[in-house]
Design a protein around this ligand. Structure first.
Ligand code: NA7
Length: 545
C-alpha cells in the first residue's frame, strides 16, 4: 500500500474512504489538486469495513450499487448476487481504490477530530487523533449517513460478563454462536438481517424490540455471467433511469394508483412486488404509496396480513407488526426474519411493555425480570446523518460552531454546503436525499469538484451558501417531509431520518425527501447558473507593479 504523503499543506482534505470519500478523492486528484484523505478504519470501505455482522448485505440492486463514471470499471466488475453481501461490497471498493491508485492519498486508522476555518489564510486546518495538523483550501466530507454508532442508554453494560458486540463494530474474527444464549437489541436493518442469519446457529435467541419494523423480502439470488452481459449492454438506459428515479433505482415510477385499482388487481400487484422483494413494494407497485395516506394504509394492511401468514402465533405476529406507515422508518429487507420467531429457541421481548432497566453481570434486566445470556448483540443503530459531524469540532467564519449552528437540526444548501463554512462541502450529508447511495455520492462528489473547478477558473478563493439559501432549503426539506404521509410521522416511529432515535437529539427532517432525481436537477440548475445561492470570496489577484 502506498504511504500517504507526509504533507501538511494541500489543496484539499477529504474525510472518508467509503463510496463518497473515494469518489471525491478521485475527482479532486484528477483535477490536479493535492489531496490528503483520512479514514478512521484501517483501509478503504467506509461503513462496509465496520458493519461486517453475519447477514450484512446491501438491499440496493447489484448493477447500480457501484459507480457509473467509468465504463471499463462497470464492464470488469460484476457482483455475484442481486443484493451483494458485505464482503463483496468491500471487495468492490478495494478494487476501485486499487484500480485508480487512491490509497496513496489516504492516512488510515486516523480520525479527524477538528476542522477549523482560518479566515485570514482562507484555509481549513484539521487535527487528527494522532496529533497531526494539516491545512487545505477545500474541505470535503464523505462521513457516511450511518457511521456514528449508538450505544444503548441503560446502565451497567460494562458489568456483563459475556461477549458484547455492536453490529457496526463487528469483530474481524468469526464469532461463534453455537449453543449460546444470544440477545439482540434492535430491529432495524442490522438487527433483522442478523436475526434471520443466526437463528439456526444459536442455542437460543431473544430479540429486544423497541419499535416493530416493516421487513420486506430480499430479491436475492445469484447473478450469472449471461445476465451480467445483458446488463452491461443496457447500462445507458439503466443509468438514465437511476438519474431520474426518486430513490436512485434503475426503474420507471409506476403510473397506476393503489386507490384507483380494483381490490383483486391491487392484491395481485402487491403480491407480485412483495415477491420481487426489497424496495419494489414501495416504488414499483403503485404511484401513490408514498404520497397518499389511504394508499399507504392499503400497503400496511397487505403487510399486516403477510406477517400474520408468516408468524404462527397471532399474539407474536401482532407485536411484530408496526403501527407506523410504510416508509416512516427505513424498511429493512431480508428473508426469514418473521419466520425465525416460529422456532422454539427464538423469542421476543417487547420493550414497549417491559423496558430495559439495566445490564447485569449475567444479562439484561427488564421491568419484568432478568434474562440471562452468553452474548449481547447491540444492533442499536446510529446517531445518523449529523452524528458523524457533531462528534467532531467544526468551526467556520467568526468561530461559528457547526454543532451550535445545527442545534435545532441541520441547515445546509442542497445538502452540499453550509453558510459560514466556506469551501466545506459535504457528500451524502444532512438534507441530501435518502436513496441508493453510490449514484447520489457520485453525483454530489462530481457537483462539488465541478464547483471547485469553477471557482478556480473564475478567480474565486472560496464560496459558501447564503443564509437565505440554507433557510430556503431547510424550509423545502420540511415542507416536503410534512406533505408525505410516512415521513411526516417519521419522528413518532423513532426514525433515524429525524434524529428521534437518539435521546436528547433535536428532532428535524434531516433528509431531502424530494428524491434523488429532483435533487440532481436542482444541483444541475445551481451549477448551470453559476452558483447564485452562494456568496463568493474573490481570490486576491496580484496587481502589476
Ligand atoms: P437502525 O435502523 O437505527 O435500528 C436500530 C434499532 O435499535 C432500532 O430497532 C432501535 O429502536 C433500536 N434501539 C436503539 N437504541 C435502543 C435502545 N437504547 N434500546 C432498545 N432498542 C434500541 O440501525 P441499523 O444498524 O439497523 O440500520 C441503520 C442503517 O444502516 C440502515 O437503515 C441501512 O440504511 C444501513 P427504535 O426503532 O429506535 O425504537
Amino acid at each position: 500500500m502506498a504511504q500517504a504523503p507526509n504533507v501538511r499543506e494541500v489543496d484539499a482534505i477529504v474525510i472518508g474512504a467509503g463510496f463518497s470519500g473515494l469518489h471525491a478523492t478521485k475527482r479532486l486528484t484528477d483535477m490536479g489538486l493535492s489531496v490528503r484523505a483520512f479514514d478512521a478504519a484501517e483501509g478503504v470501505g467506509g461503513v462496509w469495513t465496520w458493519n461486517r455482522y453475519p447477514g450484512a448485505r446491501t438491499d440496493s440492486l447489484h448493477m447500480t450499487y457501484c459507480y457509473s463514471f467509468d465504463r471499463d470499471l462497470l464492464n470488469e466488475w460484476g457482483y455475484s448476487e442481486v443484493n451483494p453481501r458485505q464482503p463483496e461490497v468491500l471487495a468492490y471498493l478495494r478494487h476501485v481504490a486499487d484500480r485508480f491508485d487512491l490509497e496513496q492519498y489516504y492516512t488510515f486508522g486516523t480520525s479527524v477530530t477538528s476542522a477549523v476555518y482560518d479566515e485570514a489564510a482562507g484555509r481549513w486546518v484539521i487535527e487528527t487523533d494522532h496529533g497531526e495538523t494539516v491545512s487545505a483550501t477545500y474541505f470535503v466530507t464523505g462521513l457516511g449517513l450511518v457511521s456514528a454508532p449508538l450505544q444503548p442508554t441503560a446502565p451497567g453494560l460494562e458489568k456483563f460478563r459475556g461477549e458484547v458486540h455492536h453490529t457496526a463494530r463487528w469483530p474481524h474474527h468469526e464469532v461463534d454462536f453455537a449453543g449460546k444464549r444470544v440477545a439482540v437489541i434492535g430491529t432495524g436493518s442490522s438487527g433483522v438481517q442478523l436475526v434471520a442469519t443466526i437463528a439456526d446457529r444459536v442455542g437460543s435467541l431473544t430479540v429486544f424490540q423497541r419499535t416493530a419494523n416493516w421487513v420486506a423480502k430480499t430479491p436475492n439470488r445469484p447473478v450469472g455471467a449471461a445476465e451480467l452481459d445483458e446488463i452491461r449492454q443496457d447500462y445507458d438506459t439503466i443509468w438514465k433511469r437511476v438519474r431520474h428515479h426518486p430513490a436512485g433505482w434503475p426503474w420507471e415510477m409506476p403510473t397506476r394508483s393503489a386507490l384507483e385499482t380494483p381490490p383483486d388487481e391491487r392484491e395481485r400487484v402487491f403480491e407480485q412486488q412483495f415477491e420481487e422483494g426489497g424496495f419494489a413494494l414501495l416504488y414499483n407497485a403503485f404511484s401513490d404509496l408514498s404520497t397518499d395516506k389511504a394508499a399507504n394504509d392499503l400497503l400496511c394492511d397487505f403487510m399486516r396480513r403477510k406477517i400474520q401468514e408468516m408468524v404462527d402465533d397471532p399474539e407474536l405476529a401482532a407485536k411484530l407488526t408496526p403501527t407506523h406507515p410504510y416508509g416512516a422508518k427505513r424498511p429493512p429487507t431480508t428473508d426469514g426474519y418473521y419466520q425465525a420467531f416460529n422456532k422454539p429457541n427464538v423469542g421476543l421481548v417487547d420493550l414497549r411493555e417491559t423496558p430495559i432497566e439495566a445490564f447485569t453481570e449475567n444479562g439484561i434486566r427488564t421491568s419484568a425480570g432478568e434474562h440471562e445470556f452468553d452474548m449481547i448483540v447491540l444492533a442499536t443503530g446510529f446517531d445518523a446523518i449529523t452524528g458523524a459531524f457533531t462528534r467532531m469540532q467544526i468551526r467556520g467564519v467568526g468561530g461559528r460552531d457547526l454543532n451550535e449552528y445545527w442545534s435545532d437540526g441541520p441547515k445546509t444548501y442542497l445538502g452540499l454546503a453550509v453558510p459560514g463554512f466556506p469551501n466545506m462541502f459535504t457528500v451524502a450529508g444532512p438534507q441530501t436525499p435518502f436513496s441508493n447511495l453510490p449514484p447520489g455520492a457520485q453525483a454530489q462528489g462530481s457537483w462539488i469538484s465541478d464547483a471547485i473547478s469553477w471557482m478556480r477558473e473564475h478567480d474565486q478563493a472560496a464560496m459558501h451558501p447564503t443564509e437565505a439559501a440554507a433557510e430556503g432549503w431547510t424550509a423545502l426539506c420540511n415542507e416536503i417531509a410534512e406533505s408525505l404521509p410516512a415521513t411526516s410521522v417519521a419522528a413518532d416511529a423513532n426514525s433515524w431520518f429525524t434524529g428521534a432515535n437518539v435521546e436528547g437529539k433535536a428532532v428535524a427532517y434531516n433528509i431531502y425527501f424530494g428524491g434523488h432525481g429532483s435533487h440532481a436537477d436542482l444541483c444541475d440548475e445551481e451549477a448551470a447558473s453559476e452558483y447564485p445561492s452562494f456568496a463568493k470570496i474573490p481570490a486576491l489577484v496580484e496587481q502589476p507593479a
